[in-house]
Design a protein around this ligand. Structure first.
Ligand SMILES: [Mg+2]
Length: 328
């Protein structure tokens, strides 16, 4: 499988990055596999070796699978090209870089391998030096892909989250509401929403300035997040208005949770510079149940009206929507 070259006898590991990088070596010839394994280990890779195509497929699908795979074309179980096709068809993320190795020399074979989804191709016998260089290229691709995934995740966060509070933004919380309504109709289960508005926020902004206003929005958001259950969603609906989606929560539960949130926000004053400001909120709750289903718009209207009642009835209070009473 290999040709020997003086430069490959070096025993220093390739790099720190390679040290921690897992690599799959799927080769059914025991001698070739043993040589491959010792070479990869010497270069600093963590080697997972197999001589069977089905086992290789199992390894590639596992959690924390190797990101680089050296696949022999001819193997029992399932061959290297089939493995390439399976892996690419599965769309598994993150990306696995595939280096296919084979004794086949026809250029038609090379085309078949690349069409199947191999990233690179080495003809046996190949030099260890060449293998090492090809693996370095593969590692660069994997590192680039990692950066791409991080950038994509950052973009996704920016597109779905509010920059100031870190909560879901308006479009994301609305999407959550629609998805949870669909789910609650399927299961079927109750679902409640809360519309929360900070009291006299304009006055806080006018008195203490916008930076203080921002700090209060952040603090109130943190208190909401800390009070809700882990599967509830909290979003900034607009300015100082928030929408909370509580899956599986009926009207009684929603009122109880609203009251806890109201108390949590009002209980401790928020330190702003030298001063401490009391912040309160008003909350309108609306619920739907299997018996009385609701669409997103009607539910929002109900919660909005209840919030309006809470404001009119003196603020720093929770009001259920009229329809909630039917559900009690
Ligand atoms: Mg073979």
């Amino acid at each position: 499988m290999f040709t020997c070259e003086a430069a490959d006898t070096s025993s220093e590991p390739q790099s720190n990055a390679a040290k921690s990088m897992k690599i799959l070596a799927a080769e059914d010839n025991p001698i070739s596999q043993s040589v491959l394994r010792s070479m990869l280990t010497k270069w600093g890779y963590e080697v997972i070796a197999t001589g069977d195509g089905n086992e290789a497929w199992h390894i590639l699908q596992s959690k924390d699978a190797p990101r680089i795979a050296i696949l022999d074309w001819m193997m029992p179980g399932r061959d290297g090209v089939e493995l390439c096709r399976n892996l690419r068809a599965s769309g598994i993320e993150p990306y696995t870089y595939i280096l296919l190795v084979t004794a086949r020399t026809d250029s038609k074979d090379l085309v078949e391998a690349m069409d199947a989804g191999a990233d690179d191709y080495l003809k046996k016998p190949f030099s260890a030096l060449e293998l090492r260089a090809r693996l370095r290229a593969g590692q660069r691709i994997i590192e680039l892909q990692e950066q791409l995934l991080i950038a994509r995740e950052a973009l996704r966060m920016r597109a779905t989250h509010d920059g100031l509070t870190g909560l879901l933004n308006r479009s994301a919380i609305m999407e959550t509401l629609r998805a949870e309504l669909e789910r609650s109709a399927r299961e079927p289960k109750a679902l409640s929403i809360l519309m929360l508005d900070l009291d006299r926020f304009k006055q806080i902004n006018d008195t203490y300035g916008h930076l203080a206003g921002d700090a209060i929005l952040r603090e109130a958001s943190a208190r909401m997040k800390a009070t809700v259950r882990s599967y509830d969603s909290v979003g900034r609906y607009g300015g100082e208005e928030f929408l909370l989606v509580l899956p599986g929560c009926n009207s009684v539960g929603a009122l109880a949770l609203s009251e806890r949130i109201r108390q949590c926000i009002a209980a401790t004053r928020v330190p702003i510079g030298e001063q401490e400001i009391t912040v309160t909120c008003s909350i309108g709750c609306a619920s739907q149940s299997a018996e009385i289903p609701c669409d997103a718009d009607s539910l929002l209207r109900l919660a909005d009206r209840a919030l309006y009642d809470a404001k009119n009835n003196g603020r720093n209070r929770v009001e259920p929507a009229g329809a909630v009473l039917l559900n009690l």
